[in-house]
Design a binder for this molecule. Structure first.
Ligand code: DGY
Length: 350
């Protein structure tokens, strides 16, 4: 891993780094030390070193004299921020989803924005599958009962869960993470249905053993429905009361994408009234707040948005953000640019 980080810095070494030397950057989250140490060699760094979101007022103040920004998913980077950021040229987002950034405003201000695709695919897919197993086999409930001294004897009907092997998994959004979930599911001999904006090639479907289904069929047939779509105007509340009414009463909803893709109040009611079997959630509609009552339910597993939260992945995400930042600040096109339209407004080499 260290070698990979050195490689990133080596690639952009010498003249590039020297060019970047006098640049001032803001890092709004606490990144792995090995990355911070390298950043400090190349830039004047102002960083949030606390393991909590950077306060809005601090962001508005700190951005004023910065050339570059490494942002977190907890920052609301909107027009007001860009208005203050008169020197800002490059914003490297530490995350794949960038629904917290006003991309249009960034482009108008001539600011290049990048993200971190690919490197968090496996970590997020692993966590989605961990949630599938946890809800179906009641792992968290059983752990709690055992800790509380409620495991007093073995009995045939004690804490019965549901088998995962051989069941039907409906994947909504077959991008990289959705595909990685499908690959894991194959090992559990699951039937895989998927719904996506566009159908994937037949050879890919065959390789993943995934069948295309319209949303209605997917909801009706699946034992597990796992969400892997980005948050957009189209996907907000994609799953709500009507969708829950179509799901099997034994089915589980898994969400590791973005909270607002699900109408959380409708989910709470579906869980409370046992319209569905359960849910495994890593993300919430008004994160970090939870819909009142949700935490009291036993048929839901709740995680604190840790989809990409492995040391290996966070180091890769940080290295990728740094690589993009260095490219953008040295006049090159960042490899993971999300707003290519900015090239018309900026002086980056095309
Ligand atoms: C992302 O990258 O979008 C994740 O949600 C952050 O872990």
């Amino acid at each position: 891993m260290y070698i990979f980080i050195r490689y990133v810095f080596f690639q952009y070494n010498c003249s590039t780094i020297v060019m970047a030397m006098n640049k001032r950057i803001l890092v709004t989250g606490h990144l792995p030390e090995v990355i911070m140490a390298e950043l400090e060699k190349a830039f004047h760094v102002d960083a949030n070193i606390e393991d909590k979101p950077f306060e809005r007022q601090k962001l508005l103040h700190a951005i004023k004299d910065k050339d570059g920004l490494i942002s977190m998913i907890t920052d609301n980077v909107d027009e007001e921020v860009f208005d203050r950021a008169s020197r800002l040229k490059m914003m490297a987002h530490f995350g794949v989803g960038y629904n917290n950034i006003d991309i249009k405003a960034a482009t108008t201000h001539g600011i290049a924005v990048s993200n971190t695709p690919g490197v968090l695919t496996d970590a997020t897919a692993e966590l989605a599958f961990a949630l599938i197993l946890a809800v179906a086999r009641r792992v968290v409930e059983c752990d709690r009962a055992t800790r509380e001294g409620r495991f007093r004897y073995w009995a045939p009907m004690l804490f019965l869960g549901r088998e995962v092997t051989g069941k039907t998994l409906g994947i909504i959004g077959l991008g990289e993470i959705g595909k990685a979930v499908a690959r894991i599911a194959k090992g559990f001999k699951m039937r895989i249905l998927y719904n996506n904006r566009s159908r994937i090639e037949a050879s890919k479907e065959k390789e993943l053993m995934a069948e295309y289904a319209d949303l209605q069929k997917l909801l009706v047939d699946s034992d597990f429905v796992s969400l892997h779509v980005p948050l957009t105007g189209e996907t907000r509340h994609l799953i709500g009361k009507e969708e829950f009414s179509r799901m099997k009463p034994t089915a589980y909803l898994i969400n590791t994408s973005r909270g607002p893709v699900v109408d959380e109040q409708a989910l709470f009611e579906a869980l409370l009234n046992r319209k569905i079997g359960g849910a495994g959630l890593d993300v919430y509609e008004n994160e970090p707040a939870l819909t009142p009552g949700l935490r009291e339910l036993s048929n839901v597993v709740l995680l604190p948005h840790t989809g990409s939260g492995t040391l290996e992945t966070r180091i890769k995400m940080a290295s990728m953000a740094v690589e993009n930042l260095i490219a953008g600040l040295s006049g090159k096109v960042p490899p993971n640019l999300v707003n290519p339209e900015v090239l018309q407004h900026s002086c980056l080499n095309k």
